[in-house]
Design a binder for this molecule. Structure first.
Ligand code: NAP
Length: 202
């Protein structure tokens, strides 16, 4: 089934910048697929957007720290006939402390969410965008990706710098196919999610 309206997949849509992306895209006439772990928050947002904009919203809860999640998510999209026009790779958080202050699982999970999942989602969804001749990928990086890495939150700035370089290459590789790719580099928004596993580093 091809939606007559653009369909956007927003990761990390349960709060903050991801939820705002969802609101803005719905206001702009997009249908939505929302993913994050907190299904209750996404369902509340989905209800708001359906009522306000008549948006078709699909909520697919996943833990993107699970290496199987990107494929499971894309398999579900395919089964439901949902073709993603815009991918908003937004889910992310920072891990406080130095490299040796955290166990490996904590670091591995953050690399999976911040680096592998957005890369894999782009890899899985790009072929369809290219085939249809249009698409957009926005990788939510950070100003932290531009400035020298600080002591503490060791992997955060490195992963955000990766997203900038990744986006630049992907943009060059896909512009002639009608697929636009960019990195969004916000500064500090002044809000903080108290329910994320670790305070988000900006
Ligand atoms: N706010 C800023 O000042 C700022 C500045 C620059 C860049 N950024 C970047 O902007 C993005 C959004 O940040 P935010 O400030 O809006 O933070 P936030 O309110 O804490 O939102 C983070 C989102 O990521 C999701 N997430 C975290 N771990 C996840 C996991 N394992 N699996 C799936 N989803 C996960 C969270 O959902 P669940 O907890 O429900 O899973 C939540 O929806 C992040 O990439 C952040 O690095 C933020």
């Amino acid at each position: 089934m091809t939606s007559p309206r653009p369909l956007s997949l927003v990761t990390g849509a349960s709060s903050g910048i991801g939820a705002e992306f969802a609101r803005q895209l719905a206001a702009g006439g997009h249908d939505l697929v929302l993913t994050a772990r907190r299904a209750d928050r996404m369902e509340t947002l989905a209800t708001e957007l359906r009522e306000r904009y008549a948006t078709h919203v699909t909520v697919l809860p996943h833990d993107l720290a699970d290496p199987a999640a990107p494929q499971m998510l894309c398999d579900t999209l395919e089964q439901r006939g949902l073709q993603v026009d815009w991918l908003i790779n937004n889910a992310g958080y920072g891990v406080p402390g130095t490299l040796d202050a955290n166990d490996w699982t904590t670091h591995a999970d953050s690399l999976q969410v911040l680096l592998i999942a957005p890369t894999e989602l782009a890899w899985r969804l790009l072929p369809g965008m290219r085939e249809r001749g249009h698409g957009r990928i926005i990788n939510v990086s950070s100003l932290a990706g531009h400035v020298p890495g600080p002591a503490g939150h060791t992997l955060y700035a490195a992963t955000k710098a990766y997203l900038i370089k990744f986006s630049q290459s992907l943009a060059l590789e896909n512009q002639s196919a009608g697929v636009n790719v960019c990195a969004l580099c916000p500064g500090f928004t002044g809000r903080n999610s108290t329910t994320s596993p670790a305070p988000a580093t900006r």
